[in-house]
Ligand binder design. Structure first.
Ligand code: SF4
Length: 370
């Protein structure tokens, strides 16, 4: 079955490291935005079929929506599509929106998984990166989720300003007290156009040195392995049985439909994307016009996408999948994989060892087909 992604581009404030399509939210736009999403959902209801067994409402910060708007969105999607009863239904939330009452509401409208951005427990770091929550609200949210035994994922970022090996270890230790089923830990990327980028350019901030990233990454892998987590993708760790099914879809060519400005879709052969422009999105959908654009992708582009994503996963590149999907290139690529000193191959898979994932860009560059 396929995955459904809904993008909510509103946030309380703009985090200093963020280059996702999001903007400070304006409540007066929410209702029109939900109308537009519903119109797009109806318009594209045959694109990858109507059956979805994962739904992921991300952003942005979906928890800035009022309960009435969120409920209207979820109920409308249930009427338009066949959403599997037992499927994975995830929503991203900010810690300062999580209360007993709010997560009970989420459960009542069908969500069974939460993804929450903690990033750090250090108040001065949180302030510097402009997060809307503080340590107390993160701890309170984790208490709520743990006490209700929610299936949730918590995000941390390593390499944040002022946080080295010891500080990240403290963050991780604190998070592990709550035994989340899933942890996403991202190396800080300082992207052009972000506030952190401007601070680096102005000489007000020194990026974390590469050696420190590597040291933190090794500590992270070891700490989570010894706590019973499977490291299944460069930034993702899960207790057995709790991998993020929806996100795995992006790495194995399963079709998915993405709605909202900035969202991407893949129907099994064609990729489409929605331009990241809320104003145009609202206007176009109000006129019931098509908003998405088609990405022109060659077979080689698709193969390179597969190499790029799969070599960051524990599963790696599947020989069978290569032969089925890319028969003209499978032999050549498999020979390259077998020869590469940092790739481990067996009869079925070629993969990069966990200890080299952080350096996988260079390995991937060697293998991309041009
Ligand atoms: S809450 Fe998430 S999407 Fe919003 S600005 Fe921060 S990092 Fe970006």
């Amino acid at each position: 079955m396929s995955g459904l992604y809904i993008h909510i581009p509103f946030c309380k404030s703009k985090c200093a490291y963020c280059d996702f399509y999001s903007m400070p939210h304006r409540e007066e736009l929410h209702s029109a935005y939900i109308d537009a999403l519903i119109a797009e959902a109806k318009q594209r209801c045959e694109e990858v079929g109507r059956d979805f067994d994962t739904i992921y409402i991300g952003g942005g910060t979906p928890s800035v929506l009022s309960k009435a708007n969120l409920q209207r969105l979820v109920f409308s999607l249930s009427e338009i599509y066949n959403l599997s009863e037992n499927g994975e239904r995830t929503i991203e939330v900010n810690p300062d929106d999580v209360t007993n009452e709010y997560v009970d509401f989420l459960a009542s409208i069908g969500f069974n998984r939460i993804s929450m951005g903690v990033q750090s427990f250090n108040n001065s770091t949180l302030k510097l990166i402009n997060r809307s929550h503080d340590q107390d609200s993160a701890l309170a949210a984790l208490e709520v989720l743990a006490s209700k035994q929610w299936n949730y994922s918590a995000d941390l970022i390593y390499g944040l300003p002022g946080e080295g090996l010891a500080e990240f270890a403290d963050n991780l230790k604190l998070l592990l007290k709550f035994h989340p089923k899933h942890i996403s830990a991202y190396a800080l990327m300082i992207e052009q156009g972000t506030k952190l980028w401007a601070m680096v350019q102005a000489g007000k901030l020194q990026p974390c040195p590469d050696e420190e990233f590597v040291a933190i990454y090794y500590d992270l892998c070891e700490a989570l392995r010894s706590s019973g987590y499977e490291h299944y993708e460069i930034s993702n760790f899960a207790k057995p049985g709790f991998r993020a099914i929806h996100n795995c879809r992006y790495w194995d060519f399963t079709p998915y439909l993405g709605l909202g400005p900035g969202a991407h879709s893949f129907d099994g052969s064609l990729r489409r994307f929605n331009p990241a422009n809320l104003k145009d999105y609202l206007g176009t959908l109000a006129d019931n016009q098509q908003f998405f654009k088609i990405e022109t992708e060659t077979v080689v582009d698709q193969l390179n996408d597969y190499i790029f994503t799969s070599l960051r996963t524990a599963a790696g590149i599947s020989k069978k999948f290569l032969e089925l999907r890319f028969p003209s290139y499978a032999g050549q690529l498999w020979n390259e994989l077998a020869k590469h000193p940092q790739i481990l191959t067996n009869a079925e898979f070629g993969r990069v060892d966990e200890k080299n994932w952080l350096m996988s860009d260079a390995i991937i560059r060697d293998l991309l087909i041009v």
